[in-house]
Every structure is written in structure tokens, then in C-alpha cells.
Design a protein around this ligand. Structure first.
Ligand SMILES: [Zn+2]
Length: 211
């Protein structure tokens, strides 16, 4: 599934943060597999790398489409399992970067594990999330060819996090009550910061208008 990711003409999208744009919407299925889609996937990769992320979903850049890009090669641990199109993958980094179009999770393991997650759309915050340890998903690539992926570890976690984005869900929805309280505080501080930024803007008005 190799194609040019880095190179001249790649766009770096603005990443939407919590409270903005299409983050809470259900993204649309991709139905047209053309050069525009190819370009979009390339730009998504460029944006993800520029932001130092391991995954990015189209709703995070304001596009309501079921497209995900991932590169977990920097975050892999020893002994993670991965099967791609039925073939055991020894070196998971070798199938990175990976893009998923119209992904659907077909199978979840009953075993659950908890791990800290962060999100490019929720800067400066992280929290623990319980998720199934192993998943099997089906998806198509930019040429509309079907694939199956079974994995655990960071790849399973990242895929679940990104697919949640396609359904308007954020990892903070899945946190413990305690972490949700911390998140409410984070949101309150953010909106306070934004309103004080607005006030600062107003103070630029000439004195004679402040009567
Ligand atoms: Zn995210």
C-alpha cells in the first residue's frame, strides 16, 4: 500500500480541537476512490507526522469521511501480535504507515486492558481508557481493495481510538468517572482561557470608545 507521503505540495491541515467542527459527527463512508482521495490520504499523513501523532482521523481535520491514517512504529512494544490479510506479521513497522478507509471492527476480544491515551484534538490532556485488548477489522485501501487486520497492543488501541473518531466519539467518553471530572476541569479552564483571549482583543479598542 505504498504511495508518496512526503513530498512537495503536501498540505498540512489544521487539526480541530474538542468543541470544534466535525469532531462529534458521524463521518460519511467513502464512495469515490479517485486521485482526490489519494491526495487527501497523503495530506492526512503529512499532517499526522507534522503534529507528531501516531494516528489521525479525517473528522479531526474537518472532513466528514471514514478515513484513518496511522503509524505506530515508534510506539511498538516487544511481542505485539499482528495478522494482515491472514498473514502473520513479524515486524509490524514493515506494514506502517497504514491507512484505513471505511474500517469496521468485526471482532473484539473479551479481554480488556487499560492504557493511557492522548489525542491531537485534546492537546495537553491524557487519561486512562479500558478497551478490548485484541480486535479484528476489515477496511479498504485507497484503491478500494479489501483488507483484514487482527492485532493487539498499540495498533489495536490506536485503531479503536481512530475508528471512534469516525463515529463522533472521543476517548474521554470512555474514561473513569474520576478522569471525566478532571476533563471537565480541563474544558472549563480552556473556555476561560479563550474568553480571556477575547477580552484581551477588546482592550485594543481606543479609550474614547469605552464610555
Ligand atoms: Zn484522537
Amino acid at each position: 500500500m505504498n504511495f508518496t507521503i512526503k513530498g512537495p505540495g503536501r498540505k498540512i491541515f489544521e487539526i480541530h480541537v474538542v468543541g470544534e467542527g466535525t469532531l462529534r459527527k458521524n463521518a460519511k463512508f467513502v464512495t469515490i476512490f479517485d486521485e482526490n482521495l489519494r491526495e487527501f490520504v497523503g495530506d492526512m499523513f503529512a499532517t499526522m507526522y507534522a503534529a507528531d501523532g501516531i494516528g489521525l482521523a479525517a473528522p479531526q481535520v474537518g472532513k466528514s469521511l471514514r478515513v484513518v491514517v496511522m503509524d505506530v512504529s515508534s510506539s511498538l512494544s516487544e511481542g505485539e501480535m499482528c495478522k494482515f490479510d491472514g498473514q502473520e506479521v513479524q515486524d509490524i513497522a514493515s506494514i506502517m504507515p497504514l491507512h484505513l478507509i471505511n474500517p469496521v471492527i468485526k471482532k473484539y476480544s473479551s479481554e480488556i486492558c487499560s492504557q493511557k491515551e492522548g489525542c491531537l484534538s485534546i492537546p495537553g490532556f491524557s487519561g486512562h481508557v479500558k478497551r478490548p485488548r485484541e480486535v479484528t477489522l476489515i477496511f479498504v485501501d485507497q484503491k478500494n481493495a479489501s483488507h483484514t487486520l487482527t492485532c493487539d497492543g498499540i495498533l489495536a488501541r490506536c485503531a479503536q481510538h481512530e475508528i471512534d473518531h469516525l463515529n463522533g466519539k472521543l476517548y474521554t467518553d470512555l474514561m473513569s468517572h474520576q478522569d471525566k471530572k478532571r476533563f471537565a476541569k480541563y474544558l472549563a479552564e480552556r473556555s476561560e482561557m479563550q474568553s480571556s483571549e477575547r477580552d484581551d482583543g477588546d482592550s485594543g479598542a481606543p479609550d474614547n470608545l469605552q464610555s
